[in-house]
Design a protein around this ligand. Structure first.
Ligand code: FAD
Length: 501
């Protein structure tokens, strides 16, 4: 099976297919999770909003997947409490009942019971929530994770099970014989070399770029994707001290807003802005930044302004078009699987949370298209690379799970690698070396955006350490001074879009 696209969807398919014993090749045009899969709200959730929309089957499936993911990747997923602040009299009873339904749907895989909170308890848990008019809150539980670290660990899980995964390898065309697809043309984006590779089935898991591959198959294919941009602002933790996140189900203009603690910062978002054309590096629009800041100010007493924003990042939802839909917020978050007459298997839509179930559906279909013997899916209980029985989130490097020991060994051998990369960032020099050696990081951006999350946590700090990261990478992989200079320039240019002036 050849998979085009190394985001949550493609990587999930690679894990599923490899663990069933099929021979798997995954090709990613840039880095793993370079697209939407590193730019999410970082929630492993059933989706309270979809419950509001009445999509019970989606919520049920997502809640089940949430529970499985906590079991299978406990080093990356954790239980997070959320509080819905209530300013209107009806909100307490309304959301109180809604969250009870949410708890009930989660069944045995529940994360904890929801509760209506008094005004005092709400203020205690959220000391910086706007107190004017506040009546109380409703607390509930969902999951939170590190999206791109999970992507890297999925790539490793697939590789541990015999899959071959290559980043910086773009699918540029589809090969056919007798009108059936039997392989791909690819271009190595680092060396420029081109190759042709045969496979029994090709899977299109290219997210917001789904239409491009559909048109490689049939140049007249109709567009099926309506990309929708969502942005997040990252603030310092003092804007939301304590352990709980805030969830506003309905802002005054009808959107959902989250403020979630993450790696010692607070991630606030998001937006839902239709865009015409997918970009690999989408840029937050001024009006989106203003929207998030305005609402952060409305709900947080610290009144954050542009200068408080440590980073801004944008991602594209690969939403599937629906006839008659007036805006992207109402488009389905369910996934869509299409099998073309030529045998191309396309999977798109969905959520990070449901990547495993999406992959199971794809591999069931793709194995039939490929004429392979049927083998059962085993990912429900499959431990993801790094799995650990008990994880202490206070320990440095805990997000590497079982790999933490090997990184510590690296530090024992070279104590200078135990030093922090930057005083405002929670990362060590050893993580750069580890990323190059074990996690296929090829560029400064791969390291600072997706192996560690420096670019998202504090974009200015990430620019300041770029030369040192280049040096560590060069030493490890044998790159020359020109490579380092070029890399620092490219990273600095890219990071400029994450910094608000
Ligand atoms: C703002 C925002 C917030 C979100 N928050 C959450 C959340 O909190 N929880 C949740 O569960 N879900 C969330 N989602 C949804 C979730 O992030 C996406 O559903 C998921 O990441 C999509 O993964 P994907 O693999 O389909 O797409 P992508 O991650 O975009 O991956 C597609 C990959 O295909 C590659 N590609 C494209 N063309 C080619 C080619 N020709 N050859 C090779 N490779 C190619 C791209 O480079 C890209 O890496 C959010 C989405 C957005 C936009």
């Amino acid at each position: 099976m050849i998979i085009a696209g190394g985001g949550a969807t493609g990587l999930g398919v690679a894990v599923d297919a490899a663990t069933r014993g099929y021979s798997v090749l995954l090709l990613e045009q840039s880095d793993f999770a370079k697209g939407t899969s590193s730019r999410s709200t970082k929630l492993v959730h059933g989706g309270v909003r979809y419950l509001q929309q009445g999509n019970v089957s989606l919520v049920l499936e997502a809640l089940r997947e949430r529970g499985l993911l906590l079991q299978n990747a406990p080093h990356l997923v954790r239980n997070q409490s959320f509080i819905v602040p209530n300013y209107d009299w009806w909100e307490g009873p309304f959301y109180g009942v809604g969250m009870k339904v949410y708890d009930m749907l989660a069944g045995k895989l529940g994360f904890g019971k929801s509760k209506v909170l008094s005004l005092e308890k709400t203020m205690e848990a959220l000391p910086t929530i706007e107190p004017g008019g506040l009546r109380g809150g409703v607390i509930y539980h969902d999951g939170q994770f590190d999206d791109s670290r999970l992507a890297i660990n999925l790539a490793q899980t697939a590789a541990d099970n015999g899959g071959i995964l290559i980043n910086y390898m773009k699918v540029t065309g589809l090969m056919k014989s007798n009108d059936m697809i039997d392989g791909v043309k690819v271009k190595d984006m680092l060396s420029g070399e081109e190759h042709s590779i045969n496979g029994r089935v090709v899977i299109n898991a290219t997210g917001a770029f789904t239409d491009t591959l559909l048109r490689m198959d049939d140049k007249n294919a109709e567009s099926i994707i309506s990309p929708s941009q969502g942005i997040h602002l990252v603030l310092d933790k003092h804007f939301l001290p304590g352990d709980s996140a805030i969830m506003v189900p309905h802002t005054d203009d009808g959107r959902v807003l989250f403020a979630v603690p993450w790696h010692g910062k607070v991630v606030v978002g998001t937006t839902d802005t239709p865009v015409d054309k997918p970009e690999l590096e989408p840029i937050a629009l001024e009006e989106e930044i203003e929207f998030v800041l305005k609402h952060a100010t409305q709900y947080l007493t610290g009144n954050p302004t542009r200068k408080d924003v440590r980073s801004v990042f944008a991602g594209l939802r690969p939403l599937v078009k629906a006839e008659g839909a007036s805006d992207t917020a109402s488009l389905s978050r369910d996934h869509t699987l299409i099998i073309s007459l030529t045998g191309l298997v396309t999977i798109t839509g969905g959520k990070w949370t449901t990547y495993r179930k999406m992959a199971q559906d794809v591999v069931d279909q793709a194995s039939t298209v490929a004429g392979l013997n049927r083998r059962d899916c085993i990912t429900e209980t499959l431990r993801i690379h790094g799995w650990l029985k008990s994880v202490n989130t206070d320990e440095p490097l805990h997000y590497y799970g079982s790999d933490r020991l090997a990184i510590n060994k690296l530090i024992d051998e070279r104590p200078e690698l135990g030093q922090p990369l930057h005083e405002r960032l929670p990362y060590l020099k050893a993580e750069v070396v580890w990323a190059v050696r074990n996690e296929m990081a090829m560029t400064i951006e791969d390291v600072l955006s997706r192996r560690v999350r420096a670019l998202l946590l504090d974009a200015r700090a990430s620019v300041e350490i770029a030369p040192e990261v280049a040096g560590l990478m060069a030493q490890e992989a044998g790159f020359d001074a020109a490579w380092q200079q070029q890399q620092v320039k490219e990273f600095t240019d890219l990071a400029a879009a994450y910094i608000l002036s």
